[in-house]
Ligand binder design. Sequence first.
Ligand SMILES: [Zn+2]
Length: 170
Amino acid sequence: MRDIAKSVSYGAEQHAFEHTLLGEQQSFTSLVSTTREVEATPEWQAVYGTTPLEIITTKGSCDYALGTRRIAYKTLGSWRFAVPHELAHILTYDRHGPQWRARYVWLVRLMYGNEYAEALVAGFASSKLSVEVLPLARTTPMLPPELFDAQYGGPLIAARPEAPRGAIAL
Ligand SMILES: [Zn+2]
């Protein structure tokens, strides 16, 4: 099965997250702990259930999700946005298609809030890919800026170089 949306999706998330904290490389341990935090939320459990995912390492160049139970993150650490990217694959079956996009944006909103979610939507839009908005009741993300600051030792929103997102702000 061809996955024609794959490369444009990668471009969209790079456009959205490069030079932001979600584009920072993380240790495998950090990726796992963030994944476990998502799994512990009622929102995740309402969609997926409470069965823990199997999280393994891969020495390959890509992270991946396998079926509905297993995620592999690179041994050397991947970007922070790898977590919602791969979790969205766990919840959908259309590779990088519209269902995956919708769930990816939903996960970013759940984890990091509206600003990052809208940046991703804009990234997809710049590749002419629409995103369905999935309902999310919570208004405070799983990692709001102050909690993110406490856990990771840096601000979630502030540390951003000039105009990293180009036309997104317009
Ligand atoms: Zn993917």
